[in-house]
Design a protein around this ligand. Structure first.
Ligand SMILES: C[S@@+](CC[C@H](N)C(=O)[O-])C[C@H]1O[C@@H](n2cnc3c(N)ncnc32)[C@H](O)[C@@H]1O
Length: 223
């Protein structure tokens, strides 16, 4: 009996993902293993293979954080096939940006976004950039940065946060970072310019997420 429940629970994300794909007429559910030939650089060495976020995680984040989408640019770090970009673009973000260092996967994301944009009206402009998130030039304005376990190593998250800090130093602004399935959360907890704003909400299948915001490099007067 327990085994049957566990098996059902494991299938749930795939089922929910397929419902998402069917709704939009795209494919974002099948995983993609890391193939170095697909990547623009050495980032495959620390890349986690493509697995999509389940829609409930994104919904839980947006429901809990009560972000005013119109005040933020949404950035999905390692956007894979673009499922999160499409969910974000259902909301009126200033802009939605996907960063992906696998050329093959980024190309699928672009196609998927194009299909959805052609069939329904997205509420935010979406761009998919084929680049390494460690050297990514963050867009101007306040940012909601979403990470679903893109990197396999703690020091890569630290490098990512160093790059973000350099951007914030040059252009102070508010940042909210959402980290789902937070395996290397220590990089965020020990980061001197971040503090937690939401922690470990338990979701279906034990998916968890947490969120941080910057305590330094903010525009004066920004709450
Ligand atoms: C677990 S998937 C997450 C996909 C998507 N964010 C979602 O939530 O549905 C992680 C993705 O990060 C990408 N990735 C890994 N390292 C990267 C890097 N240094 N720069 C950009 N993308 C990277 C992988 O190729 C993969 O598509």
């Amino acid at each position: 009996m327990l085994a049957a429940i566990a098996a059902y629970a494991l299938q749930l994300p795939a089922k929910r993902g397929k419902a998402f794909d069917k709704r939009f007429g795209i494919e974002t559910t099948e995983p993609v293993v890391v193939d170095p030939r697909d990547f623009i650089d050495e980032s495959h060495r620390s890349a986690i293979w493509y697995f999509p976020s389940i829609p409930e995680v994104f919904d839980s984040v947006m429901r809990t954080l009560k972000i005013r989408a119109e005040e933020y640019t949404f950035v999905d770090v390692g956007c894979g096939k673009g499922r999160v970009l499409i969910m974000a673009a259902q909301l009126p973000f200033r802009r939605v940006v996907g960063v992906e260092s696998s050329t093959a996967t980024a190309s699928i994301a672009r196609t998927n976004v194009g299909v959805v944009a052609g069939r329904s009206s997205l509420r935010a402009p979406v761009d998919v950039l084929t680049c390494n998130a460690l050297s990514f030039d963050f867009p101007p304005g306040d940012l909601l940065i979403y990470l679903y376990n893109p990197f396999s190593k703690l020091d890569v998250y630290v490098e990512f946060l160093d790059n973000l800090e350099a951007s914030l130093k040059a252009h102070p602004r508010k940042v909210v970072l959402v980290y789902t399935c937070p395996e290397h959360v220590r990089a965020f907890e020990e980061c001197h310019f971040l503090e937690p704003i939401e922690r470990y909400e338990l979701l279906v299948n034990e998916y968890t997420w947490c969120a941080f915001t910057n305590t330094r490099y903010r525009t004066p007067g920004r709450i």
